[in-house]
Write a new protein. Structure first.
Lengths: 122, 133
């Protein structure tokens, strides 16, 4: 319970991450989904863009690696905060007490995995 | 005999809690749209995890990456991305609208702030296309 109290005391941090992640998802995700997930599989854009050599070459730049890390980490915290707030609104009694731990803990775990993957690409 | 100074029993002082069913949001169109907006964040998280999966496969080497690439070029993946794209677009539209409400004051009307967001979004999307791909 002490840990959950501590997590709740970091509310300003979760709000900041929520805002930043929401903005990143709003401004950048549509283009990524459209290009990588729709136009290339549909054959409208060439597959070359996603070939191993090209994508590995792109990720060889530290700026691009940091860009992709930000693209993954901040939207995760955005989602964690929204899912927590929505489930609290839905009043699922027993779950409410551990929601902050589940949501922010989940986002933090995946973010650590993202940092490890990015470091492996360095 | 009860005296006026006797403390009331716990039952009397207990806070009244109005019972609200957890389907409260189904009663109005605005709250249904609110819930769709909130749950769009699940698809935001899902796409972030997809990106992580792609980078993980890349870090594992060409064999693993090419296997994932073959799957990501399939019809199922295209459908999944169309669904994720629809929810992310809804997130975008509502985010820009809220930005207008929050930051729109004085000479900048809410509509102007939202419009600026769309202009920046178009520029960012073109940037992603030319810089990243």
């Amino acid at each position: 319970m002490c840990l959950i109290k501590f997590i709740k005391s970091l509310e300003p941090l979760w709000w900041s991450l929520f805002g930043l992640g929401g903005a990143i998802a709003a401004f950048l995700f549509p283009a990524h989904i459209l290009i990588q997930g729709v136009l290339i599989p549909a054959g409208i854009l060439p597959k070359d863009m996603l070939q191993y050599e090209n994508f590995a070459g792109l990720l060889s730049s530290p700026i691009v690696r940091i860009y992709f890390l930000a693209l993954i980490v901040f939207p995760l915290y955005h989602a964690a905060h929204r899912i927590r707030m929505t489930l609290e609104d839905l009043r699922i009694g027993w779950l409410n007490a551990i929601l902050p731990l589940l949501c922010y803990g989940g986002a933090t775990t995946i973010s650590i995995a993202a940092v490890v993957v990015i470091l492996r690409l360095s | 005999m009860n005296t006026p100074n006797t403390s009331p029993s716990p039952e009397v002082t207990r806070t009244y809690r109005r019972l609200i069913p957890n389907t409260w949001w189904l009663k109005q169109r605005s709250t249904i749209l609110f819930m769709i907006r909130e749950w769009s964040s699940v698809f935001v998280a899902l796409y972030a995890i997809c990106l992580l999966g792609q980078l993980w496969a890349l870090s594992e080497g060409p064999e693993r990456y090419n296997a994932l690439l073959a799957k990501s070029l399939s019809g199922g993946s295209l459908l999944l991305h169309l669904v994720m794209g629809a929810f992310v677009l809804y997130h975008m539209v509502t985010w820009f609208k809220i930005s207008g409400r929050i930051f729109g004051s004085g000479p900048l009307s809410p509509g102007a702030v939202t419009a600026v967001n769309y202009v920046v979004w178009i520029a960012a999307s073109i940037g992603v296309f030319y810089w990243i791909f």
